[in-house]
Design a binder for this molecule. Structure first.
Ligand code: AMP
Length: 461
């Protein structure tokens, strides 16, 4: 994937001179015309063609090797093309980016435009880069320029790109707002707005920024909202800023994807690092992400690991953006095997080669568990996830199990005897104390786990 901001050649008319002082300046150079690629005509057959997509899009999908739509694409694309506001519940790794990128690109209008026609808001810089790259890939052969706007990078080059004109902007709310207040981003021509990973954007605290942005978008726009979960704050946002959105549920029934095997170890905090090293030795992952809770912890584990193993890097919010981009590019290219990361940056990572997720620190929030584990097993591939749990963290493990409606399997490594969990609730009459030792729990089940154990664990919360 290209890492630099990409603008495909364009025959679209240059942006007109701004009417107001604080609006974007006129383009400094006309977009370059690219010769039409000479390829055999695309066959108008198959499920994508049946959606009425253009030849250019079918060609781009063919080049991307997207032979069939994923369920979210099959469900969302036709409705989005019809102009309806949509609220889709979907995890990453399901093809959701293309599900909104395809209708965005297909609905672009030629003609004079002062600002972009589509805006995609995303929670993290990494996701902004990924979504921009996916849009650019699918814009192959079309005259659509896609720009990513995110913080941690100088604002000037972004401003210059905006001045040259673009059709699609992908950005984090903070930086988009920054450009709006500088008068370098005009939203008056927007026809489509996408809120991607809406739950995460609200978790991070982007609500005020998102609302400010949405208030400046034309009322006639179409709004698409994608979110792994639909908690009340997301629904309120949809109620306020969307027009009778149709709700579509593409979440897998078993939230943590079925192809991912999930295990946990009980371990004392001071032995976690040694266990990690031994586990990596046993598993020999193709590529793995090791999640830590804090930036400092991520840095420390990254440094300690790189003294013992080759091909390790870490990524967290304190790193300069240039460094983050470098690390991500290396990881995507398969040049790094182990990536130690925090949740915020881990969220946007979409690398199909990731075979292992290791939660060095158990996530504080259940949704983070779902998102971390969802980094592997992408597009139906197999994946495995391990979570290290200290004695005091039993209730967190239980909450996660309840959230995903599945029991994690206890794993063991020679030399790392399991440690007893701190009991979290008095046992029910006639039941043993609820420690996590004794016989390993039953194998994961896709049936609801509302049996006695769950009942007892519920009381512990
Ligand atoms: P996403 O859920 O958007 O993060 O997509 C996950 C991965 O699926 C990305 O690497 C996409 O390139 C890939 N992908 C998306 N749609 C398709 C498709 N129809 N067929 C095959 N791969 C796809």
């Amino acid at each position: 994937m290209p890492q630099a901001d990409i603008e495909t050649g364009s025959k679209l008319p240059a942006s007109p001179k701004p009417k107001r002082q604080r609006e974007p300046k006129p383009p400094v150079s006309a977009p370059v015309e690219k010769p039409e690629p000479t390829r055999p005509a695309v066959k108008r057959e198959g499920p994508f063609a049946a959606m009425g997509l253009s030849d250019a899009m079918l060609e781009a999908l063919h080049l991307a090797d997207y032979l069939e739509p994923t369920p979210i694409q099959a469900g969302l694309i036709p409705k989005a093309m019809a102009g309806t506001d949509l609220m889709g519940q979907a995890q990453t790794g399901t093809g959701k980016t293309a599900a909104f990128a395809i209708p965005i690109l297909e609905r672009l209008e030629s003609g004079k435009h002062q600002g972009p026609q589509a805006l995609v808001l995303v929670p993290t810089r990494e996701l902004a880069v990924q979504v921009r790259d996916e849009c650019t890939k699918l814009a192959h052969g079309q005259r659509a320029r896609v720009i990513a706007l995110y913080g941690g990078k100088p604002i000037r080059p972004q401003t210059e790109k905006l001045q040259r004109g673009c059709e699609v902007v992908v950005g984090t709310p903070g930086r988009v707002l920054d450009h709006m207040s500088r008068g370098t981003l005009f939203l008056g021509d927007l026809r489509q707005v996408v809120l991607d990973e809406a739950d995460r954007m609200l978790d991070i605290g982007f609500r005020p920024d998102i609302e400010k942005i949405l208030r400046r978008c034309p009322e006639s726009r179409q709004t698409l909202l994608l979110s792994a979960t639909l908690p009340p704050p997301v629904l309120r946002l949809a109620q306020r800023y969307m027009r009778e959105p149709e709700e579509l549920d593409f979440s897998t029934k078993d939230i943590a994807v079925e192809t991912i095997e999930q295990f946990y170890f009980t371990i004392d905090p001071e032995r976690k690092f040694d266990l990690l090293v031994k586990l990596l030795d046993r598993e020999n992952p193709r590529q793995a992400i090791i999640f830590c809770r804090t930036r400092r912890g991520t840095e420390r584990i990254g440094q300690r690991l790189s003294k013992k193993l080759a091909s390790v890097a870490c990524i967290h919010g304190d790193l300069p953006q240039v460094k983050r981009d470098q690390v991500m590019a290396q990881f995507r290219a398969g040049k790094l095997t182990l990536l130690v990361a925090t949740d915020v940056v881990g969220r946007g990572i979409d690398v199909t080669r990731i075979s292992h997720i290791i939660n060095f620190d158990i996530p504080e929030f259940c949704d983070d568990y779902v998102h971390r584990v969802g980094r592997t097993g992408r597009m139906g591939r197999e994946g495995v996830a391990f979570t290290l749990v200290t004695p005091e963290e039993g209730p967190q493990l239980t909450r996660i199990e309840m959230r995903i409606n599945r029991l994690l399997t206890r794993d063991e490594l020679a030399g790392f005897a399991p440690v007893a969990m701190v009991p979290t609730a008095p046992p029910l009459p006639g039941e043993p104390a609820p420690d996590r030792l004794g016989p390993p729990p039953p194998p994961p089940t896709s049936k609801p786990i509302f049996g006695r154990r769950t009942h007892r664990l519920r009381r512990a919360l």
